[in-house]
Design a protein around this ligand. Structure first.
Ligand code: AMP
Ligand code: MG
Length: 324
């Protein structure tokens, strides 16, 4: 299939395909998603098959309006109310007790469902035109780097999905933050586009960060699977020693020159934000990984970002990409 042929801005075509239980790649403010009807097993299993994603990794369900929450969630913990008020629509996913309407494939057998109200205007418009919510994981092959442009999606999935709705480059650039209510506090299951500091600013409850260990994964418990975000080129976390070695064949990814080393002489250097702005860095993050992966360098040396705000989410992705 011609990769360019599947990219477009035809909302009516996307609606038609989704009504027919097909999958469509959609723009969101975080990363591009691969969407399908959350009520139909046939559509949801196509998402898993296209991505080659294992069935025990549950999907996030996307809704257009707060009024749609009742179709997928059984009950709303009161702790979520200020979070929904401040961050919906936006890059925050909340875990709710589930209703029986959504496909069991989505939750991998869990009694809970992860729900988000996205902010991207084209995705919202699509959701509003459909009589069902959309399940949508990131539109990449399982384990690989997330897409933040329609072309990134085409490179990985262009041959296996019928349509990519082009909504331009993603503005936030990292996946949503996933939060759950534990019964006595809020727990961040995955750091993402809304920082812990932002969440803490709107609640008096304790906001803890779940330790995501690669070693302690119990794959009999769904939702524990580590994402890898891996480029094909080996990625290493840069240490001062590595940065002082011969870098003539290695690319360096960093926040800016000041942060890593002003006199660096690498095969290629990518500064995510010359002014040191973490929001700008996040918006460029996955595109930079795609670019370096295609650059022909021997290795990608990634300098960890400051461990605050969106830096936490980017460092999480870098550690996982480096783990491979
Ligand atoms: P994504 O790959 O961006 O679609 O994110 C899906 C991730 O959300 C999964 O890998 C899980 O870690 C998490 N997730 C989805 N559903 C649940 C749930 N019911 N409870 C806890 N985490 C969930
Ligand atoms: Mg993903």
């Amino acid at each position: 299939m011609n990769k360019e042929a599947v990219i477009g801005t035809d909302l009516a075509l996307a609606v038609q395909l989704l009504l027919a239980d097909e999958v469509v790649a959609v723009p969101t403010e975080t990363v591009y998603g691969l969407a399908g009807n959350a009520f139909h097993d046939r559509a949801v299993s196509r998402i898993f098959a296209s991505k080659q994603r294992p069935f025990f990794d549950p999907l996030i369900v996307h809704i257009a309006e707060r009024a749609d929450l009742g179709i997928v969630a059984d009950q709303t913990p009161t702790a979520y109310l200020p979070l929904m008020d401040h961050f919906w629509p936006g890059p925050l996913t909340l875990v709710f007790p589930r209703t029986s309407r959504i496909s069991d494939l989505i939750t991998s057998g869990l009694e809970t469902v992860a729900v988000r109200m996205p902010a991207h205007p084209l995705f919202r418009e699509l959701l509003k035109r459909l009589p069902f919510p959309l399940a949508a994981p990131s539109a990449n092959l399982f384990g690989r780097t997330s897409p933040t442009t329609a072309m990134h999606v085409a490179q990985q999935l262009g041959d296996v999905i019928p349509y990519i709705l082009d909504g331009g480059p993603c503005q936030v650039g990292v996946e949503s933050t996933i939060v759950r209510w534990t019964g006595d506090g809020l727990e961040i299951l995955r750091p993402g586009g809304i920082s812990r500091e932002q969440i803490q600013a709107v609640t008096d409850l304790e906001v803890s960060m779940k330790v995501r260990s690669e070693e302690q994964i119990d794959i009999t418990v769904p939702g524990q699977l580590p994402e890898h975000y891996a480029p094909r080129t080996p990625l290493l976390l840069a240490t001062p020693e590595l940065l002082q070695s011969d870098l003539s064949r290695d690319a360096v990814l960093c926040l800016n020159r000041q942060q890593c080393c002003p006199e660096l002489n690498a095969f290629q250097l990518v500064e995510l934000s010359p002014s040191g702005d973490l929001q700008e860095a996040a918006a460029r993050f996955f595109a930079a990984l795609h670019e370096l992966d295609a650059s022909g360098c021997r290795r990608i040396l990634a300098v960890p970002l400051p461990e605050s705000g969106l830096g936490v989410a980017m460092n999480d992705r870098l550690r996982r990409a480096a783990h491979q």
